[in-house]
Ligand binder design. Structure first.
Ligand SMILES: Cc1cc2nc3c(=O)[nH]c(=O)nc-3n(C[C@H](O)[C@H](O)[C@H](O)COP(=O)(O)OP(=O)(O)OC[C@H]3O[C@@H](n4cnc5c(N)ncnc54)[C@H](O)[C@@H]3O)c2cc1C
Length: 419
């Protein structure tokens, strides 16, 4: 099997990253076809409302994919510290915890970057790759999995045969449905309201997060001095916040932030996204594999969703390259199961941890408030516990792909923290 055709369905951040990793690697001699239902990403003068907190591990994946230099040269905002506090506390007091990159010998905890900017940088890299075929505005409507080949039918009626289909088509994954892969999970009956705000006090390259009974409220530092707000709320609460005029909204936000960033001076447009937990029971079938949100969706309270997705992409890339080097069929279930075994435990552990934290904190109970306050104070008082949290959030622990642990695979500017 020397010239496989791999069809990646979904040109979101995760699908584009996998296409770029394969397309850049000379050991991969086949063809990658990237099918995306929407338009190609375009450069915009305005900040995209959707941003993600990228871990150091994700930065490494984007470096290996050839996109990080472009991202860093545009609007990536480093965050070096994190302040987390309970509704009944304040930063620096019992019931709060402070994390810093310096504590683990790193320059940053990660970067806040707009989703569209990541997609754009990856897409531009892909455009220059000979073995990658980009197909925007192509929606897959049918899938047939056979022992030796997978067949995709597009909305246009066009039919494509390939060695392997990678479903990177998001949490609602039509391909997962077509392959009849079941999921477990639930809706949180919550929505996250997002906007960018100008605050009176500087953000100090710090991510601020207050746990309110209605859900967590986060301020993520942006490169232009504003902060990106992610305010999880009940569905009704989120709809109400969207309906307020700017002045009313800013007044509520200021009260909810406990004044930690001073007055809320102005905000951009607002939008809300439904929140859910979802996990696919299987990550693969013969000739099909799931990555990113198609395999798992998580509450955004610790900003881990796409970071897990980039680890999936890196792990699948490594699994496929090793299989090809051993002259194995990359679409065979026995190969894809290696990737599944590698990533499933890690993803499930993170999903369970975030779900537990969400439940513990989104709660009015006084006894639970005491337990949470004690827990946060305990972590804050124990440097090894703080470091363990930081290393986990940076994607620096667990069974990591080689392109993250061996910087010689990339022109990495990161330090030795992964080794
Ligand atoms: C409010 C909020 C804040 C978040 N903050 C963070 C954060 O700070 N850090 C973090 O790591 N994560 C965060 N996340 C999660 C993160 O946004 C997701 O994990 C990430 O966007 C998933 O990327 P993906 O490429 O897997 O899927 P998607 O971005 O959903 O991309 C799927 C793509 O597939 C395409 N597609 C779908 N169906 C078809 C089809 N039939 N044919 C062809 N193409 C198709 C779609 O057009 C889309 O482009 C946040 C999420 C929310 C809601």
């Amino acid at each position: 099997m020397t010239t496989p055709t791999i069809c990646i369905v979904g040109g979101g951040m995760v699908g584009c990253a996998l296409a770029a990793l394969l397309g850049r690697d000379e050991r991969f001699t086949g063809t990658v076809v990237l099918l995306e239902a929407g338009d190609p990403p375009v450069a915009g003068d305005h900040y995209d409302l959707r941003v993600v907190a990228l871990s150091a591990a994700s930065q490494r994946v984007l470096e290996a994919a050839g996109a990080w230099a472009e991202i860093a040269a545009t609007r990536a905002s480093p965050y070096r510290e994190m302040q987390v506090w309970d509704a009944e506390s304040k930063p620096g007091f019992p019931g709060s915890v402070h994390f810093s990159a310096a504590e683990v010998g790193a320059a940053t905890l990660g970067y806040i970057v707009e989703n569209q900017l990541i997609r754009l940088a990856l897409w531009q890299t892909l455009e220059s790759m000979e073995r990658v075929v980009l197909r925007p505005n192509c929606r897959v409507s049918e899938l047939r999995l056979e022992d030796a080949t997978a067949r995709l039918t597009l909305d246009s009626g066009e039919v494509m045969d390939c060695t392997l289909v990678v479903a990177a088509d998001g949490a609602a994954s039509p391909l997962r449905e077509m392959a009849e892969i079941e999921t477990t999970g639930w809706s949180y009956q919550q929505k996250a309201v997002v906007t960018h705000v100008q605050t009176q006090n500087p953000h100090q390259e710090t991510a601020w997060q207050r746990f309110l009974p209605s859900g967590p409220l986060a301020f993520l530092p942006l490169a232009d001095g504003r902060s990106s707000v992610v305010w999880s709320n009940t569905v009704e609460g989120a709809e109400r916040l969207l309906g307020l005029d700017d002045q009313e909204f800013l007044a509520e936000l200021e009260a909810a932030s406990d004044g930690q960033l001073g007055k809320m001076l102005s905000c951009s447009q607002r939008a809300a996204f439904p929140l859910r937990l979802l996990h696919a029971r299987d990550y693969c079938r013969q000739r099909l594999v799931l990555i990113g949100d198609a395999a798992h969706a998580i509450h955004p309270l610790a900003g881990q969703g796409v970071n897990l997705g980039f680890l999936d992409a890196a792990a699948l890339y490594e699994t496929l390259i090793k299989a090809l080097q051993a002259d194995e069929d990359p679409g065979d279930r026995s190969v894809l199961r290696r990737y599944e075994r590698w990533r499933k435990g890690d993803n499930l552990a993170m999903l369970a941890a975030m779900d537990g934290i969400k439940r513990l904190f989104s709660n009015d109970s006084r006894s639970l408030a005491r337990i949470r306050g004690f827990g946060l104070s305990l972590v804050n008082a124990l440097p090894p516990a703080r470091k363990a949290f930081v290393r986990r959030a940076m994607g620096m622990s667990g069974d990591m792909p080689e392109l993250i642990t061996r910087p010689e695979h990339t022109a990495s500017e990161l330090g030795a923290e992964f080794r």
